[in-house]
Each structure stands twice: as structure tokens, then as C-alpha cells.
Design a protein around this ligand. Sequence first.
Ligand SMILES: *Cc1c(COP(=O)(O)O)cnc(C)c1O
Length: 417
Amino acid sequence: MVPSCHLNNRSGSLTLATRHPSNYDIETLAIISGRASGEHHGVVNTPVYRASTILHSDAKAFETRHDIFDRYKVVYGLLGTPTTFALEEAMIALTGGHDAVLTSSGLSAVTISLLSFINAGEHLLMTDSVYWPTRAFCDQTLSRFGVDVTYYDPTIGADIESLIRPNTRVIFLESPGSMTFEVQDIPAITKIAKKREITTLLDATWATPLYFDAFGHGVDVAIHAATKYLVGHSDVLLGVIVSNERTWETVRQTKTRFGEGAGPDEVYLTTRGLRTLPIRLKNHQENGLTLARWLEQRPEVASVLHPALPGAPGHELFKRDFTGACGLFGVILNDYSTETVRTMLNSLELFGIGASWGGYESLIIPAFPDRYRTATQWNAPGPLLRLHAGLESPTDLIADLEQGFKQLADQGTNSIT
Ligand SMILES: *Cc1c(COP(=O)(O)O)cnc(C)c1O
């Protein structure tokens, strides 16, 4: 049965009449979850509700309205509307989490998650391969509030225990790592964290809810930059924080106290994107692997950082823990100069040069992990590129890379010239 919401006119609150049966496959959940067509004149997609003020049925309902922990008690636009609830419900259904909140960007989902669990005088363990703006938030903002941050080797696994101090409250993970694609031993780390009563936060953007079961692997809070694949069209910024039973009230409260929220158009477009996520992601995965396999054979390439490739760094952990790969991966070239690589990148027609990823289009950018790493050294034999395989024909994408690589061959490596 398609779930429906009904408006309880006496209290003015909105409650879900039915919950999803949980025995559906995730592809089906992506289609049916967070829909309440019965409440919206039968329209398929939950409409865009624009709201600041929400009227109450009577004075008593207004006086007793404050319950930020009841998603369906509509009290103020910033706290949610049926548009918001639809996406929150869908994210809960897809992840198996206990609650989900929406924020204005992926980065604000990261910062709100951190601020939910770390206090002045406490210690945070942060992976050295983290998304750079998350690192900047720790170094430039959390540091001002007396939080101590230690960066750790993303491949540390169970040895993380040696870095835990009496005041360690949070371990932050991101797997695979931003730009460098190290796969973390998430179950080993969450097991130790549980034993030591430390909260684990995972930036789960790369795998989306489809290809990694964060809660099944012991994570407390899963953070998604919906901006990427959930939206899928490079035109919306939005973050989602999904939390488990132990953490959800703290997350929801912190998000509310910060006045965080997401705009109605952004939420609507994200929910719409979610409906096609399984089919898009499958295609991104196929195109990404096709490009990665081709790149692996090229004489210009030193190595390919794609966790789903047999023999690639982190592949064994990937095989054990993930159910698929998205279209984002890295390539280390031979020792070409920055100028040579620029010429090659500029010659590409189908790969755009730009930040972010997860849209339908292919992207390529140079990356410089040696500029900001502190716990580990980045020792690559040549320049690093990050590729996003879009939904174009892989034949065309390979032809484009091939002509781009001619620029490399013409210029030669540093060791030759
Ligand atoms: C893009 C990204 C973010 C931030 O998302 P925005 O919506 O751009 O703020 C966070 N984490 C990871 C891993 C990302 O790739």
C-alpha cells in the first residue's frame, strides 16, 4: 500500500497513517518512500510547500505546539513542511536510520553533525583523507571553541585505539577518502568506538545510501551531501544527516538551534532526484569502471584509484563492505609537469573542469592532497586527477581521453624532457 498522510484537523498536526513495509528492495524503496499522494490530491510527487507561518486550528493547539522531536507536528516553516517530511521519510527508509534532518548544504550537514557531539575541551579524531572544507572547519572554527583535533591515517583500522584519549568524543570517517579514495575499515573502527562510548560520524556521500549500509556497519550518524548523486543534476545544494536511535535527538536539536534548514525547491528537486538514483548510479558505476579499466592499461598512467578495481588500493575492504561504486575515482599520471597536465585537461571536450560531482555530466580536475595532509604523506609518482564519469556514452568519453592523452605524449614526462 502506498503510504498516506492525513491531517488531523483538531490538532492541526500531520501524522503518517501507514509506514513502509521494510521487506522491499532498496530500488523499490527509492520509488515508494516519502510519498503521500492521498494527502496531495493524488499528485505523484509531494508538492512544494512554501511556509514560514503555519496556522493552527485554535489557541490551545498553538500554545502546545512546541515539540521539535515530532516531525509531523507542523509548527513553523523552518522546522519542516510536508515537502521536507517526504525527503526525510525517504532517507530513513533507504538507510534504515532512525531519523533524518535536512540542511542547506552537504558541508552544513557535516558541521551540524560535528557540533552536535563535540564540546569545548574535548578531542576529535578526524581522517586525514577528509573532504577539504571539513578539515578547514576543524582547523579554523572548531579550534576557536577549544576542540582538539587529531588527524589519523585513513587506513589505520583497529589501531585507532592507540589514538583515543580519555576526552575523545567523536571519530569522523569518510570512505572512500576525498580525492585519494582510501577505503577505511569502518566496522573495526566503529567496534572500538562503541566499546569506548565514542560517537562515529561518517561522510557517506560517495556510496550514497544505496552502496554502503552505514548503520549495518555500526556508524552512529551518516552524512550525505545530497548535492551530489541524490540531486543528480548539478543544480541544487542540500545536506542530509541520518542518525540512529542513540543520536537522533541531539542531531535534530542542534540543527534546530542553529536555525538550519533547506529551501522548498531544493528539497523537492532532491526528492525527485532520489526516484532515479538507483538507475543513474548503476550507469555511473558502469561508465566509471569502463574508464578506470581503460586508464589502467594506458602508458601515461601510473595507477588508478578506484576501489572497485581488483588490485586497487582498498579493494579487499571495498569488496567486503560495499555493494557498489559510484562514478568518482582518481588517476595518478606519470611524472608530467603541471603545465603539461593543464594542456591535456584544456583539450578535453566532454569532461568539464569544476568542483562538485554526482550530476549527469563528466568532470575532471587536478587534485593536490600534499598541500593539506598532516598525518600521512602523499607520495605519488606524478600528478593526481579526479574523474567523475557522467552518463555520456563511454565510447565517446574514452575517445575524448585518448585525444587528451596525445597532449601528454607530445609533451613527455619530466624525467624525459
Ligand atoms: C561535496 C561534498 C560535501 C559538501 O557538499 P556541499 O553540498 O557542496 O556543501 C561534503 N562531503 C563530501 C564528501 C563531498 O564530496
